[in-house]
Design a protein around this ligand. Sequence first.
Ligand code: C2E
Ligand code: CA
Ligand code: CA
Ligand code: CA
Length: 278
Amino acid sequence: AKKEGGGKYRLFGRSVAPLMLERSLLKRGLQRALDGSEFVLHYQPKVDFHSGRIVGAEALLRWQDPERGLRGPVEFIALAEEMGLILPIGEWVLGEACRQAQRWHRAGHELHVAVNLSARQFQDPDLVAKLAQILAESRIAPCQLQLEVTESVAMERPEVGYAMMQECVAMGVGIAIDDFGTGYSSLAYLKRLPAREIKIDRAFVRDVVSDPDDRAIVGAVVALGGALGRRVTAEGVETREQFACLKEMGCDLVQGYWTGRPMPADAFEALLGTDRLF
Ligand code: C2E
Ligand code: CA
Ligand code: CA
Ligand code: CA
């Protein structure tokens, strides 16, 4: 489409107008959400397959939209990224997750909080300085924070990604490679990455019980994690059968609806009170 003053949408025909309206409403909504603190974090347990204990909480962003109720990140993260809002939103997420980690720590619970980083955040030259400030303000140990970076984000600019991870690890902050298996990092690159955890994407977990190919892939990742000294997490575990299969295959941590859905912080804290989940 040609961008000509006024006639901008003409080439698309009439049907595009409602979409553009929707988009501009969403844009305004997002800005308001940030200014008016309409964002909240839900937390999903990461559980040790062997001890049954919660060892971590992944922070997942939610938008409490006064008009439409609770909205998930797939509805708005991409647009926030496009609008340049992802940096301030991401900083809020980091700060809030670290404050929550501090509360849990004070209540006597030992666990890490895992925060998802977008590509923009990961490539932000000020990220390390911001992290240092957030850690100082929340007074948590750096090892209680873990950053989740998808394989494709890490691979976008491999050298930048590598340097950034090195700096985080030097501060004591942990790194996890998210959605592992969906990108195309070479084994040589993976070997260099200072990540302490590899998260197997849910795409391989879904049919792991019935599909020998998926089982072979999971087996390979578990072997790789073992050889490189990385913890392997199975994501998106929904059934007892998947759980049993992945445990048997030697995954270290389990995360999914089977062991706990994402939930508000107070519900999560109640769950922390139980000794073991299974
Ligand atoms: P992700 O990092 O891969 O997070 C896991 C997603 O899978 C979450 O969706 C979670 O609710 C969902 N999930 C967990 N267990 C199960 C299961 O057993 N079955 C199924 N079907 N789904 C499960 P959610 O919360 O909608 O988040 C989607 C994505 O949005 C995340 O994928 C992450 O990439 C992104 N995201 C979430 N929070 C943030 C954030 O604070 N910042 C950034 N940049 N991205 C975020
Ligand atoms: Ca994640
Ligand atoms: Ca993931
Ligand atoms: Ca994902």
